[in-house]
Design a protein around this ligand. Structure first.
Ligand SMILES: C[S@@+](CC[C@H](N)C(=O)[O-])C[C@H]1O[C@@H](n2cnc3c(N)ncnc32)[C@H](O)[C@@H]1O
Length: 282
């Protein structure tokens, strides 16, 4: 029997305990048929730590809530799929509708934008590039400045965000040649790094979306894209309510293309943008 198979067959109780641990730690809800996913993602880590079953792993994680092992497990269980200018419309709507509208209302104020699940940085850096493009076609309109805060749970992803270095495969996903040449330096064959002028616009912080957002302050725009799909309906609702509390009235929320708000009509107004939907905080 392979080590993976041994892990999977190590008993439903261990798997159930692990599911409960993961949901409590970071909101991620695993389907009851995801034993193989867990096994494939944790097999090596468990072997390295001499852990023979998921039950034993959960015991170790609960005994040491601040351990490196716990961080590595949560890290391994996150799905970090992302790309540049994902779905395109959010960045077009940002430039053509949201920024002009917000700047008309408060022309001299600094705009604050939050990218709430930054993965390896493509989303916040795409926002920074879109802001640069807006400034080029509307000189002087962003005189109050823009601050982009990007947060992420995974330590490995945060490191990648801060490094801002991407290989050809990552670069090939969603970037036009024009944007590549304008916003990246070619560091080595097949390796590109985001130019300092774009990097310096984004501040990265570690944040679990289950924790408090109080230290972040208030925002005009929040991107919370392709992360709520991993959470239960209750966790999702709680996060959306707490994001609403960070948004100033009239500010905007961008969700993933396949995500919907489902409810909360007292908090958000749905705005159809053709293509795409965004949500305005009431
Ligand atoms: C699929 S990626 C989406 C990235 C980007 N927003 C996009 O749309 O391309 C989801 C990200 O959410 C992060 N994540 C998962 N659970 C989280 C939590 N509880 N708090 C903060 N980030 C979380 C994962 O680490 C992962 O990088």
């Amino acid at each position: 029997m392979t080590a993976e198979a041994a892990l999977v067959s190590s008993g439903d109780l261990g798997f159930e305990q692990f599911r409960a641990f993961l949901e409590k730690a970071c909101g991620i809800l695993l389907g009851s048929n995801k034993q193989y996913l867990v096994a494939s993602r944790l097999n090596k880590l468990m072997e390295q730590n001499g852990i023979r079953s998921l039950g034993e792993l959960v015991q170790r994680l609960e005994a040491a809530p601040r351990s490196l092992l716990r961080e590595q497990v949560v890290d391994a269980m996150t799905t970090n799929e992302t790309l540049w200018f994902r779905d395109n419309y959010p960045f077009e709507v940002l430039k053509s509708k949201v920024l002009p509208e917000l700047l008309r209302e408060t022309p001299n104020q600094r705009l604050r934008i939050w990218s709430a699940a930054a993965s390896s940085g493509q989303e916040p850096y795409s926002i920074a590039m879109a802001i640069d493009e807006f400034e080029r076609s509307n000189p002087g309109m962003l005189r109050g400045g823009v601050q982009i805060i990007a947060t992420e749970l995974s330590g490995t992803m945060l490191q990648a965000c801060r490094k801002a270095e991407y290989d050809s495969l990552a670069i090939g996903r969603g970037l036009s040649t024009e944007r590549l040449h304008r916003y990246f330096d070619n560091k080595a064959p097949g390796r590109w790094v985001v130019k300092p002028a774009i990097r310096s616009r984004v501040e990265f912080r570690a944040l679990n979306l289950l924790d408090s957002y109080a230290a972040l302050g208030r925002f005009d725009i929040v991107f919370c894209r392709n992360v709520l799909i991993y959470f239960s309906a209750e966790v999702k609702r709680d996060i959306l309510l707490r994001i609403h509390a960070t948004l100033r009235p009239g500010g905007y929320l961008f969700l993933g293309a396949s995500e919907a708000l489902n409810g909360l009509p007292d908090h958000y107004q749905m705005i159809q943008c053709n293509p795409g939907i965004i949500y305005k905080a009431k």
